[in-house]
Each structure stands twice: as structure tokens, then as C-alpha cells.
Design a protein around this ligand. Structure first.
Ligand SMILES: [Zn+2]
Ligand SMILES: [Zn+2]
Length: 169
């Protein structure tokens, strides 16, 4: 779990850095991280409110939908969070807003981190801009090697032409 310890946050601006493993944010079975998620919180505490800008950086191992090669994708996401005692601020705007009270000691923000990373994974996974894919006949990966399947096809067509006899006497 990733929590913001409300009581420990100083008045004014402060930064907090931490690394979390995929199991800590319940993503181990969905995403294979190349290394732990690096989290940096930029905190601004003004009396009863805390504005948090959180950046998440990591790299994930994905499989290309076209050539089936595995590749790495760097992710860098930002989440804006507001912790406030003002109930009118809740559910307004694009930020994640959490209502806190005088007895709040910490806020669990695991869910918003989890969602942000899940949404960052592209629906269509492609290893490079011009992935050449696989040969439909022999299955070689055209990004790494060539095959002669296409040539052989042409050859056999020419072969067929050779057998045509013309009887136009
Ligand atoms: Zn590919
Ligand atoms: Zn081939």
C-alpha cells in the first residue's frame, strides 16, 4: 500500500521519494515491471489542505501484438491529489480529492496509483513504430531476419508459366 502520512507532512513545500514493488500496489499479476515504481510526491501544505503532485516512473515488460517480441516501455505518469477538510472540494475538478478530518492520520492512495499505471499501458502494444511482424508462412520475425518464402512463391508462379504451351498454329 502507498499512504500519505498526513501528520508527518510539514507546512509549506516538501518532497517525498519512495520505490514500490508491483505486489505493494496489487499489480503483480497484471503488469510485469522491469524495475520498481519510483514515486516522487511534491507536497504543498497550506493550513487545512495539502496539494500533492505525484510522479510515477517505471518501465514495463510488454509483448508486441504484431511480432510477439517482448519489449520495454518507459512510463511516466502524474497524479494530482488534494487532501482537504473542505467537503465542497470533493468530487470537483480532475484531481483526486480526499476528505480529511482532524483525526485523519494517513490517506491510502494505492488505488489511484494503481489506476494510473493500468491506464498507461497501451491497448495496442507495438514494439516499434514500423514493426514488420512475422512471416505468415515460416514465422520468422522480419524485424530480425529475412526468409525466402515470398521469393519461393514468385518462383513457383514462374514455374507454372513455363508449363503453359501455346497452340496457336
Ligand atoms: Zn513487434
Ligand atoms: Zn517465411
Amino acid at each position: 500500500m502507498v499512504k500519505l502520512n498526513f501528520a508527518a507532512i510539514k507546512e509549506g513545500h516538501s518532497c517525498l521519494e519512495l520505490d514500490v514493488a508491483s505486489v505493494d500496489i496489487d499489480l503483480a499479476e497484471f503488469i510485469e515491471f522491469a524495475y520498481p515504481v519510483h514515486i516522487v510526491h511534491h507536497l504543498d501544505k497550506v493550513s487545512n489542505e495539502i496539494y500533492v503532485k505525484t510522479t510515477l516512473s517505471t518501465s514495463v515488460n510488454l509483448e508486441c501484438d504484431v511480432c510477439l517480441d517482448s519489449y520495454k516501455l518507459d512510463l511516466r505518469e502524474t497524479i494530482d491529489t488534494i487532501l482537504t477538510k473542505d467537503s465542497e472540494l470533493v468530487d470537483r475538478g480532475e484531481e483526486e480529492v480526499y476528505l480529511i478530518s482532524d483525526s485523519t492520520t494517513e490517506i491510502d492512495i494505492t488505488d489511484s496509483i494503481r489506476q494510473s499505471l493500468l491506464l498507461a499501458i497501451p491497448y495496442k502494444k507495438i514494439c516499434r513504430e514500423n514493426c514488420k511482424g512475422l512471416c505468415p508462412i515460416c514465422g520468422v520475425n522480419f524485424n530480425h531476419e529475412q526468409c525466402t518464402c515470398a521469393n519461393e512463391k514468385t518462383d513457383s508462379r514462374w514455374e507454372a508459366l513455363k508449363n503453359i504451351t501455346f497452340e496457336n498454329k
